[in-house]
Design a protein around this ligand. Structure first.
Ligand SMILES: [Zn+2]
Length: 248
């Protein structure tokens, strides 16, 4: 069956006989792997649309248990992402995460929308790309039903005196509920006079495009990165990401 869908190129690998396997996050079919004989480096429009980060329109042949790409056309190339190493790392980190979070052919309209919005905003952003990457990771969790609950203490429901983020409990915990042993638990993180809780709340309440002016100080960013790393590992079993080693 010949079909067509919009998609984002997540990664590609070389296979036998000069063919390549392209992992695409598609609007219609979720994440798929599709073989192609379209050669790399060619200047034709199909070759350009198969580069990582590209959002394009893909003509697919859907076999019984495989896909192949017959033709492709670029919608957005996010070309300037490659011009800045930090920007590039933040884009690569988001693709890597989307890849790990999704099973093959799992419907992923929400992730498709989030990722295309993210890449488009990242391309235009002038500085502090790391804050946007934090926001991406916080929003991606919500899509998978693993959002960080920061509205109130997850144990007693109190809305003031929130002191920590507890990974196993699923969100903010107040001073009373955290108890004196919280400091010793590597999965309970101090929220730094609740600044981290306020930032997460703000990010969850706004679309990415409204976060243009948000810039999280480096020290806070690195603490939030630690929390997210523990969160992804504990709740989704995702660890060992290349992007985790980035200091952004
Ligand atoms: Zn409490």
């Amino acid at each position: 069956m010949i079909t067509e869908t919009e998609g984002i190129v997540i990664r590609q690998t070389k296979t036998a006989y000069g063919r390549r396997m392209i992992v695409l996050l598609t609007k219609k079919y979720g994440k798929i792997s599709a073989g192609t004989s379209i050669t790399e480096g060619g200047k034709n429009k199909s070759a350009l649309a198969l580069r990582p980060f590209t959002r394009g329109r893909y003509e697919l042949f859907k076999g019984r248990d495989s896909y192949s790409i017959n033709g492709a056309e670029t919608i957005e190339s996010y070309y300037s992402i490659g011009e800045d190493i930090e920007k590039y790392s933040c884009a690569a980190g988001a693709l890597e995460l989307a890849d790990k979070m999704l099973e093959d052919e799992q419907q992923a309209q929400g992730m498709y929308n989030l990722l295309s919005e993210y890449l488009s905003i990242l391309e235009k952003r002038k500085s502090d790309f790391g804050t946007l990457f934090l926001a991406f990771r916080i929003k991606a969790l919500e899509l998978f039903g693993s959002g960080i609950n920061v509205k109130s203490c997850v144990k007693c429901g109190k809305t003031d005196g929130l002191k920590c983020i507890s990974v196993p409990d699923g969100g903010a915990v107040c001073e009373d509920c955290a108890g004196p042993s919280a400091e010793l638990n590597p999965l309970i993180f101090d929220a730094g006079d609740d600044i981290i809780i306020k930032i997460i709340d703000f990010i969850q309440a706004h679309p990415l495009r409204a976060l243009e002016k948000l810039s999280v100080p480096d020290q806070v960013k690195s603490r939030m990165t630690k929390i997210l790393k523990a969160w992804y590992s504990y709740h989704l079993g995702i660890e060992g990401l290349k992007s985790e080693s980035l200091v952004l």
